[in-house]
Design a protein around this ligand. Sequence first.
Ligand code: CA
Ligand code: CA
Length: 287
Amino acid sequence: MKGGGALLKSVTLFLGGRRGSRGPSTSQPPPSSPRRPQQSPGHPQQQGTGRKPRKMGDDKTPRQQALNSKQTSAKVLDHLKKQTHFSRQEIEALSKVYKKLLESHTLNGPVPAVTSNLPSMQPSIVKGEGLDRMVFRELLHNTFDVVTEEVLMDRIFCAFDRCNVGVIRLEEWVCGLSGFLRGSHDEKTAFAFFVYDLNSDGFISREEMFHLLRNSLVKSPQDEDPDEGVRDLVELALRKMDYDRDGKISFQDFKTAVTEEPLLLEAFGQCLPADTACQTFLSTLQC
Ligand SMILES: [Ca+2]
Ligand SMILES: [Ca+2]
């Protein structure tokens, strides 16, 4: 996908089909910020399980701790099941994968500081502990076959890290994967828009499009102005997707464009897993 291939694909997408002849869609008004990391009232970690926060270390014996941990886990699993497209069995499998990733990271890297007295749904996962960017990128690349630019990798990480703490915690992991692997059309549209809206201001600006598309271009030393092609492409994208002609792509613009031409979902670079990688990963959760 890197190199001229992605750019050619984008040109084809922006040129193909009908161009800007249809007015704004009649579909529902857009959420102003479909997946803001810090404005996610439905996020499981912020909602909690309805239990009173329990201080770590309150439990006297290991057996009691184990029991409490089991009960907490059951609550968390139920909660995640309601929030995601996964079955309970799949969530359990995802939790195991998560813990394995976390363990391998902890063994290989610095051990994160353990903060005591934090109310946590998962006693072993405390604030500051979780999958970091490096582990997540490797996973995206190796497991989900996401071969994309650093900037997109980073934005995908931000989409998962909804509490914006710099690591992906268990709940974020399961909720993130739900949309990433099994998301509805609307969920994937919101996800891609979040990724492309680099500064999270609710619009994909010319500058952001330029930045995203520029990475797809292989520069030739002979080119007098190697960015000229990218600027043309940005204008093409705007002609194709900026329905209200305000010079930037709002979520509504993006949604309308993607509804008309589903391939535009990844017009500015790969941000979702390859189909086969997605199926392979999901099938491992059934074992
Ligand atoms: Ca933006
Ligand atoms: Ca617009």
